[in-house]
Design a protein around this ligand. Structure first.
Ligand SMILES: C[S@@+](CC[C@H](N)C(=O)[O-])C[C@H]1O[C@@H](n2cnc3c(N)ncnc32)[C@H](O)[C@@H]1O
Length: 351
């Protein structure tokens, strides 16, 4: 008898012959293969997403912590038991280590995702786990039921962070298009975090800008950033929709980064013509976007927008050039700006 009062027996209930037979069963072999190749990586991705977005990774990057210290940093009041169970799942998944009740980061990915400079990668992982997985899982049912995603099915702040994976390339495109010799009035549509307005403002000290974003919480975050960056004198930041925006002035540069696919394909000429209306004569549009024909994550990004009731597929490079021409732009050019990726900068002039 053990101290718990139950009898422990030496002879196993399952014989060696049964184990061998089970291991030969095609279904058991499939399950073992699924577990190693698919299930565990999916669990790891989900755990790392939760650990990054809750701040647990960053807290552990500062030093070892027990469940009480982690609970305090997460604002958890009483329920440390369930928090510990979740942390222990992270240990089982090889992402955390636990010694004498204290947790540390274990895997290389966990350590990298904990770093503030890798926040865009953490955001991209969260976008994949929270938004790309559902479209892959639910697409057949959504088609059958005639359902679509709405803007509310996306978390604007996660998207604003994950969009920054291409930040160095978009900044390079802004640097090439921006006039630095004269004062410039910039209109940024769908500004996200606002980093590209900040970049343009740093390149041209006489630049003033109006930054808008459709999603109120995104516009609020951008406004807070402008304040933090000391730019409120030069930049106004508002919630706004390109489709209905009244233009109080005309701009020298209009920018749209990573958002042309928020508009249905059939509306794009009209949308681009609206962006042109905002330009002063001779003003330029800079539009950066992922295009069709990229790897799996771009494919699934495009799929999500095809299943959204407001958006459309990623553009095809040549078609977008044609749409810009139809919208009245001249000197339209498309530039490859991310090596090896279907990511392009389109430039057009309001003649
Ligand atoms: C993928 S995010 C990109 C954010 C930012 N431009 C960047 O590249 O980091 C696209 C943004 O466009 C905004 N947006 C979509 N449709 C819009 C519209 N009609 N008017 C203004 N903003 C819009 C969304 O709210 C979202 O924040």
């Amino acid at each position: 008898m053990t101290s718990n009062g139950h009898r422990r027996t030496a002879s196993p209930l399952t014989t060696a012959a049964t184990v061998v037979r089970l291991l030969r069963s095609p279904q058991i072999r499939l399950l073992l293969s699924l577990s190693g190749k698919l299930v565990t990586p999916v669990y790891r991705a989900a755990f790392l997403t939760g650990a990054a977005s809750s701040g647990v990774l960053r807290r552990l990057a500062e030093g070892p912590a027990d469940v009480h210290a982690l609970a305090a940093s997460l604002g958890v009041q009483d329920d440390t038991r369930r928090l510990a169970r979740w942390l222990d799942a992270g240990v089982t998944l090889g992402q955390l280590q636990r010694r004498n009740g204290t947790y540390t980061l274990r895997s290389r990915l966990a350590k990298q995702l904990a770093r503030i400079e890798n926040d865009a990668a953490a955001g991209a992982l969260e976008e994949v786990v929270r938004f790309h997985q559902p479209v892959l899982i639910d697409a057949p049912r959504m088609v059958r039921e005639g359902r679509s995603f709405g803007l509310g099915d996306q978390d604007g702040s996660v998207i604003a962070r994950s969009s920054l994976v291409v930040q160095p390339f978009i900044e390079e495109a802004v640097s090439r298009v921006l006039d630095r010799e004269r004062p410039v009035r910039l209109l940024e549509i769908g500004c996200g975090s606002g980093v590209y307005v900040r970049h343009a403002a740093a390149l041209n000290p006489r630049l003033t800008a109006h930054a808008i974003d459709l999603q109120p919480e995104v516009a609020e975050e951008a406004a807070r950033n402008m304040d933090r960056w000391g730019l409120t004198e030069r930049v106004t930041t508002r919630q706004g929709d390109l489709r209905t925006l009244a233009f109080d002035e005309r701009y020298d540069l209009v920018t749209l980064h990573n958002n042309i696919y928020y508009f249905p394909e059939a509306d794009r000429v009209e949308i681009l013509a609206r962006a042109r209306e905002a330009l002063a004569p001779g003003g330029r549009l800079l539009l950066t976007t992922s295009c069709q024909g990229g790897g799996p994550s771009l494919e699934v990004l495009g799929l999500w927008f095809e299943f959204a009731d407001f958006g459309g597929p990623l553009p095809v490079e040549d078609e977008l050039v044609q749409q810009l021409v139809k919208a009245g732009f001249t000197d339209v050019e498309a530039h490859r700006i991310v090596p090896g990726e279907q990511f392009r900068a389109f430039v057009g002039t309001n003649a």
